[in-house]
Design a protein around this ligand. Structure first.
Ligand SMILES: [Fe+2]
Length: 227
């Protein structure tokens, strides 16, 4: 398997390219428009064909690279069925499986951070978008976020995966690149709550500033990053 994690300095977003060594097919998760040339260089260098571009949800802090990637490579564009994004090849169903070379990508609906948040599982790697971050969890105060649904997605879906499942988040603000389900379960301060109510209380008290680009990013990302 070919695996590459890219970091966008401006928005602290992680983007992932995962490719099959065997037949050189690949996918990209949570691309950033500003960094599309870097992705194309990586694909060319590794002789990878980009089959799919996936976003975990409509992002509020950066412009998605999906429409640019489509222009440059003709890849298929997918998001989960709860998204309001327009121009996708198709919307993915919860529990659907996509094949990329010899890899299977499992689609998992995990609402809470937003009402359209999905995670993607490839082997033992779970790409969590903003549902679960390292030492944090995604905020739930805009884009139809809901702290009770987030609790359900975290405790009844993500934390049910085996402890050694690797977590690859959509962001990190402290230079951490990956974690595991077991480590987050033990150490993530947001996951030490005893009930849905306690989690909702914790999330409702965060008082985070509004993301700087939200008013530009959301309308653009509904069009998959197109101007
Ligand atoms: Fe987000």
């Amino acid at each position: 398997m070919i695996f590459k994690q890219f970091f966008d300095e401006q928005s602290s977003t992680y983007t992932y390219i995962i490719g099959s060594e065997k037949n050189k097919e690949s996918l990209i998760i949570d691309s950033v428009a500003d960094n599309v040339d870097e992705y194309l260089d990586f694909l060319n260098h590794n002789k990878l064909k980009l089959l799919f571009a996936l976003d975990t949800h409509i992002h509020a802090d950066h412009i998605s690279g999906m429409s640019l990637l489509y222009e440059k490579t003709g890849c298929k564009l997918f998001m989960g069925e709860h998204t309001t994004a327009e121009g996708l090849t198709r919307k993915l169903q919860n529990n659907e499986e996509l094949r990329v070379g010899d890899m299977i990508v499992k689609v998992i609906f995990t609402p809470g951070h937003t009402s359209d948040s999905y995670c993607f599982l490839i082997d033992d790697m779970l790409f969590t978008g903003d549902t679960l971050l390292i030492g944090e969890t995604g905020r739930t105060d805009f884009q139809n976020g809901n702290s009770e649904s987030a609790y359900n997605s975290l405790f009844n879906i993500i934390l049910k995966f085996p402890d050694n499942t690797k977590i690859y988040p959509g962001h990190d603000y402290n230079g951490k690149k990956s974690s595991t389900v077991g480590y987050e379960k033990k150490t993530n301060p947001r996951l030490q709550v005893k009930s849905k109510e306690e989690y909702a209380n914790l999330m409702n008290k965060l008082n985070l500033p509004k993301p700087k680009k939200i008013d530009i990013a959301i309308p653009r990302n509904i069009k998959l990053g197109k101007k």
